[in-house]
Design a binder for this molecule. Structure first.
Ligand code: HPA
Length: 274
């Protein structure tokens, strides 16, 4: 067994000492959306610090715990607080939680994040279904000896974001009378926001939103054969498009304002995943 698999198995053992809950869906909550985990009736809550070898986020406003709950009839593990590459963690650390949630039983990965919008017609507060990503600017989390027990050496990436799940999100939004954008998410390392020139580059490359997470999580999940979907909440217009300077406070405030709408969508989509 590979070193990575041994590490994940240790984490699984820690979790299994506390709960035998088997999730079908793994939900990752982005900036400001952490509240969602407080609204569900938790069957079990495990702090990251209780899981041996689990990376712990240092970002203000990011909690660190796994919440196990049934949403409707769908068993879900919610990651309340993710770890980011810019915090200084290795990519192996960054994607460890995703691998753990798969090992706990999750077949579907539902990613959420806050992102800067640069797509045509995008405005602050929009929700964007991720239909593809560009992760070329950050190290690939699969670099290193391949763990054959997790996935193949050269995984196909032609449909990372599952078409049926994207359709499910759109259909659910229609039923709720919400309109969604769709587009490509581009990941940069952060933690500095982009320059206007970098945003022009991202736009030229075909991106509609930029952020500092998510794509590498999708790479690791795709490696393990998970079905993936993701929604970016456009917390601000990207640098050079926005008339004001960017700040983490602005991102959090915008996230709080749109949270009820976003959370209702996520809840309804997950209920339909049963
Ligand atoms: N750039 C990068 N990451 C972000 C942004 C942004 O404008 N907004 C929220 N996360």
């Amino acid at each position: 067994m590979s070193k990575i698999s041994e590490r994940i198995d240790k984490c699984v053992k820690c979790v299994r000492e506390k709960t035998d809950f088997v999730p079908k869906v793994a939900l990752v909550l982005g900036s400001g959306l952490g509240d969602f985990a407080e609204q569900v009736e938790a069957e079990a809550v495990i702090e990251y610090s209780e899981i041996e070898g689990f990376p712990i986020s240092t970002v203000a406003g990011h909690k660190g715990r796994l919440v196990f709950a049934n949403i409707g009839q769908t068993p879900v593990v919610i990651m309340q607080g993710r770890v980011h590459y810019y915090e200084g963690y290795s990519m192996e650390d960054v994607v460890l939680p995703i691998r753990l949630m798969k090992k706990l039983g999750a077949e579907i990965l539902f990613l959420t994040n806050a992102a800067g919008g640069l797509g045509d017609g995008f405005k602050c507060g929009d929700l964007m279904v991720i239909n593809d990503h560009i992760s070329t600017f950050v190290p690939n989390p699969l670099i290193g000896p391949n763990s054959d027990d997790l996935g193949v050496r050269f995984p196909d990436m032609s449909e990372v974001y599952d078409k049926d799940l994207r359709e499910l999100i759109h259909n659910t939004a229609d039923k709720l009378g919400m309109s969604l954008k769709e587009g490509v998410y581009l990941q940069l390392t952060g933690p500095s926001y982009e320059t206007p020139a970098e945003i022009r580059m991202a736009k030229t490359l075909g991106a509609s939103a930029v952020g500092m997470s998510t794509a590498v999580e999708a790479v690791a999940a795709n490696h393990m054969g998970m079905h993936i979907c993701g929604i970016s909440f456009i917390s601000n217009l990207a640098s050079g498009i926005s008339e004001t300077k960017l700040s983490h406070e602005e991102v959090k405030e915008a996230a709080d304002a749109v949270a009820p709408k976003f959370q209702n969508l996520v809840k309804n989509v997950i209920e339909a995943m049963k």
